[in-house]
Design a protein. Structure first.
Length: 362
C-alpha cells in the first residue's frame, strides 16, 4: 500500500498495517460464523477465545508477575484517575502526585474529588522540562501511593528511571504503554489507555497487584471496583469487543517483532533519528526539554518562528505526513512515534527536517 499516510498523531494513532489487513480479511465473516465478531454475544465461544487470548497476551508481552491481575476497563485512562484513589485510599490515607505535566495535573485534580490528594513535586515552574528524581519528592506520612505519569504526552518528557520511593507507585503509562520494561515490584497499579501503542480507542488496560484487590475499598458501584473486574475476568458487563479483538492482534504483532526488548530498542533508535537532527541543527530546531528526560514516544520541538513552523507543517503534509502539530496548549511540533510507526516513516521526517533547515534559514 504505497499511499499510506505517515501518521504521527498522538492517539488514536498509527497501527500496524498487517493488523489492519488481517482484521479486514476476518471482519465480515468471522471464522465462518456467518457474522462478524462485533455482532456476536460476548458470552459465546468465539468471543471468549478472543478475550482470554488478549488477556494472556497482555500478561506475556508485559512480562507481568503472577501477583498482578490484568483488567480491561472502559472509560480510558481518564476513568483511572478516579478509580485509583476510589479503590486504594482508605480513611486517613493520602495520595501523592508528581506533577510533571498536563496529564499528572488532571490526575491530581480528579483524585482530589475522592480523597486527600497532594502535590509531592511540581515541575510547572521549570516549564515541565524534566521529571523529578526520588530525592526531589516531598512525601508525607500517611501516603498510600505516589502517582507518576511515566511519559507526558503533551510535554514530551518521561521518567528516564522509574523512581524508587518508600510507598508504592501508581503509574499512568498511557503514552508509552508496553514500550519499555517496568520494575513491577515498585507498583501497586499501572494503567494506560490503549489507543496509542495497543489498539483502537475504547478502554484502559489496568495492571493491579492482587493484594490491592483484597484490601481495596468495596463501598463503590460495581463497575468502579477493581476486584469486581478481576473476579469476572473483565467480563462483568459487555466489554468493548472490537477494541479487545484488535488489541490482541497488536499484541501478537508485538511478539512477532521480538517482544518488549526489541520494541524498546526500536523506540530508542527511531526517536534518536529526530533528536539527532535537532541536536545537530546549530539551534535551528530547539527541544524545550532536558536531554536526559526526553520522551522516546512523543518528540516535541520548536522552529525559529511560528511562521516557519506553519511552513514546516505544510511541507510535511505534502510529503504524506500528518499529526505533527504540537498540542494546542504548548504549540510547536510534536512527532508521536509509537510502536507501530515504521522506522522508514521517522527517517522520512528526519530527512525533511534537515532539508527544510537548509532551504529556510532562520
Ligand atoms: N494519560 C496520558 C499520559 C495521556 O496521554 C492520555 C490521553 N492522551 C490520558 C491519560 C487520557 O487517556 P484517555 O483519553 O484514554 O482517557
Amino acid at each position: 500500500m504505497a499511499d499510506r499516510t505517515i501518521n504521527f498523531s498522538a492517539g488514536p494513532c498509527t497501527l500496524p498495517l498487517e493488523v489492519l489487513e488481517e482484521a479486514q480479511s476476518e471482519f465480515v465473516d468471522y471464522h465462518g460464523a456467518g457474522m462478524s465478531l462485533i455482532e456476536m454475544s460476548h458470552r459465546g465461544a468465539h468471543y471468549d477465545a478472543v478475550h482470554q487470548e488478549a488477556l494472556q497476551l497482555t500478561r506475556e508481552v508485559a512480562g507481568l508477575p503472577d501477583d498482578f491481575e490484568v483488567l480491561f476497563v472502559q472509560g480510558g485512562a481518564s476513568l483511572q484517575f478516579a478509580m485509583a484513589p476510589m479503590n486504594l485510599l482508605a480513611t486517613g490515607e493520602s495520595a501523592a502526585f508528581a506533577v510533571t505535566g498536563a496529564w499528572a495535573e488532571k490526575a491530581v485534580e480528579d483524585a482530589g474529588h475522592h480523597g486527600d490528594a497532594y502535590v509531592a513535586w511540581d515541575g510547572s515552574d521549570e516549564g515541565y522540562a524534566r521529571t523529578p528524581s526520588a530525592g526531589d519528592l516531598d512525601l508525607r506520612d500517611g501516603t498510600r501511593y505516589l502517582h507518576v505519569c511515566t511519559n507526558e504526552t503533551i510535554g514530551g518528557i518521561r521518567f528516564p528511571e522509574i523512581p524508587q520511593v518508600d510507598v508504592p507507585l501508581v503509574g499512568d503509562v498511557s503514552s508509552e504503554f508496553l514500550s519499555r520494561p517496568l520494575p513491577w515490584d515498585r507498583f501497586d497499579l499501572v494503567f494506560g489507555g490503549v489507543q496509542k501503542n495497543l489498539g483502537p480507542a475504547g478502554m484502559a488496560v489496568v495492571f493491579v497487584r492482587k493484594s490491592v484487590l483484597e484490601s481495596g475499598n468495596r463501598d463503590l458501584a460495581a463497575y468502579l471496583r477493581y476486584d469486581v473486574h478481576a473476579s469476572k475476568e473483565s467480563l462483568y458487563n459487555t466489554p468493548p469487543v472490537f477494541t479487545i479483538w484488535m488489541t490482541g492482534k497488536v499484541l501478537k504483532w508485538m511478539q512477532a517483532q521480538g517482544g518488549l526488548a526489541a520494541i524498546e530498542a526500536a523506540a530508542e533508535r527511531k526517536a534518536a533519528l529526530v533528536y539527532d537532527v535537532i541536536d545537530g541543527s546549530d539551534g535551528y530546531f530547539r527541544s524545550p526539554v532536558d536531554a536526559g528526560h526526553r520522551s522516546v514516544m512523543n518528540v516535541v520541538w520548536r522552529l525559529p518562528s511560528e511562521d516557519l513552523e506553519a511552513q514546516f507543517l505544510k511541507e510535511a503534509s505534502a510529503h504524506g505526513m500528518s499529526g505533527l502539530k504540537g498540542h494546542r496548549s504548548v504549540g510547536g511540533l510534536r512527532a508521536s512515534i509509537y510502536n507501530a510507526m515504521p522506522e522508514s516513516g521517522v527517517q522520512a521526517l528526519a530527512d525533511l527536517m534537515r532539508d527544510f533547515a537548509d532551504r529556510h534559514p532562520a
